[in-house]
Each structure stands twice: as C-alpha cells, then as structure tokens.
Design a protein around this ligand. Sequence first.
Ligand code: AMP
Length: 266
Amino acid sequence: MIEIVSDLAALRARVQAWTREGLRVGFVPTMGNLHAGHHSLIELARRHADRVVASVFVNPTQFGPNEDFARYPRTPEADAAGLHAAGEGTVQISVPRVTETLEGAHRPGHFDGVATVVARLFHQVRPDVAVFGRKDYQQLAVIRYLVRDLAFPIEIVAAPTLRESDGLAMSSRNQYLSGSERPQAAQIQQCLQWMRDALRAGETREAVEAQAATRLTEAGFAVDYAAVRAPDLSLPEAGADGAARVALIAARLGRTRLIDNLEFEL
Ligand code: AMP
C-alpha cells in the first residue's frame, strides 16, 4: 500500500506510530522521475525494514548555477511517493576532504546541498535504515561521513547500480540523450571496464586515466574526469594483486552529463 504524505506533521505522526509499534523504518531519498534503479533501492529498503518512506525532492541546493535544475525531469504524478521538503535554509552542512575531488571539484557546492538536505530529511523521517545507490559512489561516501560524524542512528545500505541492457547506468538524465547519443552513452561503462583491464594488465594509474580521457574525448565526450581511486576515494599507492579499486567517470555528451563507476580488485 502506498500513501502520499505531503506535510511534515503527518509524516512524523506516521513514522512515530510505526516506531511505537516496534516497526523498523527504511528510507530512500530521491529527486523523483523514478526509474527502475530507484525502485530497486525501495525493494532493497523493504528487505531491511518493515515500512519504507521514499521522498521526492528536486533539491535546488545541489545544482550549480549553470546546471540543469530548471529542466530536471519532474513527474510527480508518475512517481510512486512524494513528500515536499521546504526550500533553502540558513544552516549548511559541509563535509570536508572527500568532497574536494571528482564530483566536488566539478560541481562546487553540490555535496553541501546533498549533505544538508539529506541531514534534514533524516531528521524529518527518522528512519532506522536508508538506502543509497552505488551509482553515486562519492555521494555514498559523503553520506557515510555525515551519519558517522553527526551520529545519526541510521544504518546506511548501498544498492547496486541498475543498468540498461547495453550497460548504461539508469538515470533520470538519460532522457536528455538524443537518438544518436543514446548508443554512444554505453561507452562510459565500456571505458570503465577497459580501465579495470588495463590496470590489471599492469599499466599505471596515471597512464590509464590519461588514455581513458583520450578515448572518451575521441568518442565525442567532454570529459570531466576519468579516475582510479582507492575505495575511500584517496589516491591509491601502486597496488598489490587483490587491492580494491574504483574507477569513476564523469563526462558530457551534448547537453547531458553522465556519471558511472566500476568497483573491482586488481
Ligand atoms: P536521484 O533521484 O538521481 O537523486 O537518485 C536517488 C537515489 O537513487 C540515489 O541513492 C542514487 O544513487 C540512486 N540511483 C540512481 N540511479 C540508480 C541506478 N541506476 N541504480 C541504482 N540506484 C540508482
């Protein structure tokens, strides 16, 4: 059964009643325009909780001035659940260090917006468990620091990335892609796999990153980054066999900015 709650008092009352009954409450924050990836997070939350709250909020504070806030797809009628959070406030949460590279470097203020709104949603919903997608790898790291350092009593569960049949990670932004861009977009995941294979074959991190950027540029992408990092997103030492790595790409195809990543072992 789905219930749409659009005021905070009703949400709190509902969650408090569940909590009093001893039910475990799961939470999946989204920006709406729900696709199968989001639904997989809700399914995963169901397995970790007795009741699940999904929020829909296109968070203005995580978009930069030249980003796609105005045209971000909003489909409230089609989305299964919604709750409206209020607009921008005064307090800002800023997670240091992990936000300085990759997405943080290319989208100034983005993670402050994410951290602030997620902290607020956590207080509003008070879940026992919250599910975030591995597709937004760095976001997941930011959320883990947020929960640890602000002592939220919330378990964070990471969900695998749902993909189209050609490997393109599902995203609300995929619908910006033109007919000819859509098949090209699958090259991001292919390039991540190439990066993994080249590292395993003994190429250096620097060489792999440079060649990946060249490949993507030649394929028509404007590359923000193609990077190899340790799981905590620090720069890895030259790795022994079996060392865990993550390759991450952010690149634009026409007007569409795409991100994806691949976790693997050397
Ligand atoms: P968004 O609505 O894009 O802010 O995403 C809401 C949540 O869904 C985040 O935790 C994302 O990481 C997750 N998500 C987005 N796309 C996917 C996908 N293709 N597979 C799994 N989770 C996803």
